[in-house]
Design a binder for this molecule. Structure first.
Ligand code: HEM
Length: 390
């Protein structure tokens, strides 16, 4: 790995206004830096982000501030052995072969959404495709019927937008109400599925039994919530990332239409270039040194996935979008024991959405520019007006 020379006279870019330049500045000058005085530590270089994700003993995912008795068991925010048990139980329902079997459902839903888009010259891509596609697919996999979709979308949006508060124990009234409604809805479905099994993800989870026992109702509910939080906004972010790239590098649209074999590599590069899960969180379990900075036990660290994925120590020309970049060891889906459980599904949805967009539109361009700050949070821009040419 090459060390970049430091230019200490460079001014620190504003994180909110210019995140990618801010990350570059951190990688070069301040690779482990504290937010707002005594806030969490941001870790910017690929090597250090990778090390944190790999070492679950030193960097714990159990970051919740809620007392253990008030928490629901969540795979994402737990360490072994709790994590092993939950992951093993749900992995069966997320096997690549089962996800591949969802291909037709994803294709059909995508075709319907794109047929609607073709009626307009300009749409909000988030409303028209990027948000409804993943929400519909998760809903389908959890057995939510069409009539309940509207409520499901509201629960999903509200729980997602309150994730920080939920994690740190200050749930808003609205988030609490949505959480209660979602729990009541799924408890009813789970009770039905225990009597009449159905082969969808929730049905499989209800029936799964290993030497570790079955998932409890509380664990099943927690998993439904996790899928909403971890799976929807992130996949929305991947689809908006793809379209932002069509606008920035218009030849990609033509290349993909003429050579669909490039689509999987395009998706990997889109995940690297505009990483939808921009940063994750860990708690340090012992005093540790990262890139020369001593961090005491108990500190919160934020491995900056977006920054790692643009690290010039690992990627040639990291600021360029290279449609067939090889190798592309991005960490957009994380690394280690918490590696994204939904990566196959996200890739499938991303690839199908891109395939159908390039087949159906001769050109797609942004109607307004995306503010850097809007595009850098978890997921991506909350709205993205695009102009379409068939
Ligand atoms: C482009 C879309 C997606 C991205 C970029 C993404 C990214 C990630 C990342 C970075 C992690 C690890 C977080 C950590 O280590 O703290 C993660 C975990 C997870 N993701 Fe995804 N994700 C995506 C889509 C999905 C989908 C579609 C689902 C399910 C439907 C999903 C379910 C999960 C779950 C359950 C975990 C927790 C795994 C564990 O703790 O063992 N994700 N995801």
């Amino acid at each position: 790995m090459n060390e970049k020379p430091k230019n200490d006279s460079e001014a620190r870019p504003d994180q909110a206004k210019d995140p990618y330049n801010f990350y570059r500045y951190l990688r070069d000058h301040d690779p482990v830096c504290r937010m707002e005085g005594d806030g969490p530590w941001q870790v910017a270089r690929y090597e250090d982000v990778h090390r944190i994700l790999k070492d679950q003993d030193t960097f714990s995912s159990d970051v919740s501030m809620q007392p253990p008795e008030e928490r629901s068991p969540s795979m994402l925010f737990s360490d072994p052995p709790v994590h092993n048990r939950l992951r093993k139980l749900v992995s069966y329902a997320f096997k690549p072969s089962y996800i591949e079997a969802q291909r037709t459902v994803v294709e059909v839903r995508c075709e319907e959404l794109i047929a609607d888009m073709k009626q307009h010259k300009s749409v909000d891509l988030v409303d028209a495709l990027a948000s409804p596609l993943p929400v519909n697919i998760i809903a389908h996999m959890l057995g939510v019927v069409d009539g309940d979709m509207k409520a499901f979308k509201v629960w999903s949006d509200t729980i997602f937008s309150n994730i920080g508060d939920i994690l740190f124990g200050v749930t808003s009234e609205e988030a609490q109400r949505c959480s209660d409604e979602l729990n009541a809805y799924f408890l009813e479905r789970i009770a039905e599925l225990r009597v009449n099994p159905v082969d969808h993800v929730l049905g499989r989870l209800v029936q799964t039994e290993t030497e570790d026992g079955r998932l409890t109702d509380e664990e099943l509910l927690s998993f439904c919530r996790l899928l909403l939080i971890a799976g929807n906004e992130t996949t929305t972010g991947l689809i908006t990332a793809a379209v932002r790239i069509f606008d920035e590098v218009p030849e990609t649209l033509v290349q993909l239409r003429e050579n669909p074999g490039l689509i999987p590599g395009f998706i990997e590069e889109a995940l690297r270039y505009y990483s939808p899960f921009a940063a994750t969180i860990r708690k340090v379990t012992r005093d540790v040194t990262i890139a020369g900075t001593a961090i005491p036990a108990g500190s919160i660290v934020l491995p900056l996935i977006s920054s790692a994925n643009r690290d010039e120590r690992v990627f040639d020309r990291p600021e360029a979008f290279v449609i067939d970049r090889q190798p592309n060891p991005h960490v957009a889906f994380g690394f280690g024991i918490h590696f994204c459980l939904g990566a196959h599904l996200a890739r499938l949805e991303g690839q199908i959405a891109v395939e159908q967009l390039v087949q159906n539109f001769s050109n797609i361009s942004l109607a307004t520019s995306v503010g850097a700050e809007e595009g850098s949070g978890l997921g991506g821009p909350k709205s993205l007006r695009v102009e379409l040419q068939v």
